[in-house]
Design a protein around this ligand. Structure first.
Ligand code: PMP
Length: 300
């Protein structure tokens, strides 16, 4: 059912046809949208996408959870991503493929609705900002795996992240850290967390978080460097006495945490594990480590 021909935007009446009636769709109204964030880096052999296969697999999985039809195909998504990068003549940057229910349709019955697939690309500042972040433990708990499929990256879920973020900012922290509904540490609004204690690296298991691709990369790199990495459920009290804590995500790569509420105070210096893993991560993304070339897909 299409809206009536005249609508209001900001401060005046507009004819629907000229006013992007497109914004009245289920993707925006109900968050029925899936997306990915993918980095590509300038390597010696030209620009290459980092962990493209894994990002596209997660994208297709998210789309399948929302029953998007016709199903997106890995090959065509990969081709579209490469084409947009080539057309923009970029050597490194950030890509965002999105698929969303795009009919001006009232109600949540998305089944059979039209979908739109878009890919946007940004030039990305390659300098990693060194300033560590502070985290406030969110009063709101992370979405529960009994209520949503946490393996999917669905826009609607980010209402939880945004509310936690607003709360954290209003309490003077940079970002929120979410506990799951049982009180275990889960993840940030858009990143995963790692805690180093007595030289061992801990991170929450996949049961209560989004399976971050950077998280997976960091685990493999850290193990490759000889560190012990344990996936473990832990309470916020476990953060006390940590040697270092960092966040991971496609955009931020690894980011130091300087404080978490009343549980952790680590100061501004980057920890040893963070430094060692970051260096290796950087080398892997630039194609300098034969062992991790498997993660790079050339764009040309
Ligand atoms: N958790 C959430 C909720 C996220 O949105 C993201 C960003 N995709 C992450 C963790 C980190 O995932 P990735 O390393 O794949 O970017």
């Amino acid at each position: 059912m299409k809206p009536s021909p005249k609508m209001w935007r900001n401060n005046r009446i507009l004819p629907l046809s000229k006013s992007a009636s497109f914004t009245f769709h289920q993707g925006l109204n109900y968050g029925a949208c899936v997306y990915e964030g993918i980095r590509f880096y300038d390597t010696k052999n030209g620009p290459a996408l980092f962990r493209l296969k894994e990002h596209v697999a997660r994208f297709l999985y998210s789309a399948s959870v929302l029953r998007m039809k016709p199903p997106l195909r890995a090959r065509s998504v990969e081709e579209a991503i490469k084409k947009v990068i080539r057309q923009n003549k970029l050597r490194s940057g950030y890509v965002r493929p999105m698929a969303y229910y795009s009919e001006a349709k009232m109600g949540i019955n998305v089944i059979g609705s039209k979908i739109t697939f878009d890919v946007f690309v940004w030039k990305w500042k390659d300098v990693i900002r060194e300033k560590p972040v502070t985290l406030g433990i969110s009063k709101l708990r992370r979405l529960d795996p009994e209520t949503v499929d946490l393996k999917a990256k669905i826009s609607g879920y980010y209402a939880n992240g945004i509310l936690g973020f607003i709360d954290a900012r209003e309490r003077g922290f940079d970002e929120p850290l979410f506990l799951d509904t049982r009180g275990f540490v889960a993840e940030g609004a858009v990143n995963n967390i790692f805690v180093v204690k007595k030289g061992i690296i801990y991170t929450p298991p996949l049961t209560n978080i989004l399976a971050g691709i950077t998280r997976d990369t960091v685990i493999e790199i850290a193990r490759g460097l000889g560190y012990t990495v344990r996936e473990k459920l832990f309470l916020p009290e476990f953060l006390s006495g940590a040697e270092e804590i960092f966040l991971t995500g496609t955009g931020i790569e690894l980011k130091s945490v300087s404080r978490i509420d009343r549980f952790f105070s680590g100061g501004p210096a980057k920890g040893h594990v963070n430094i060692a893993v970051s260096e290796c991560y950087r080398a892997a993304t630039r194609g300098d480590l034969p062992r991790y070339k498997k993660w790079l897909t050339p764009i040309a």
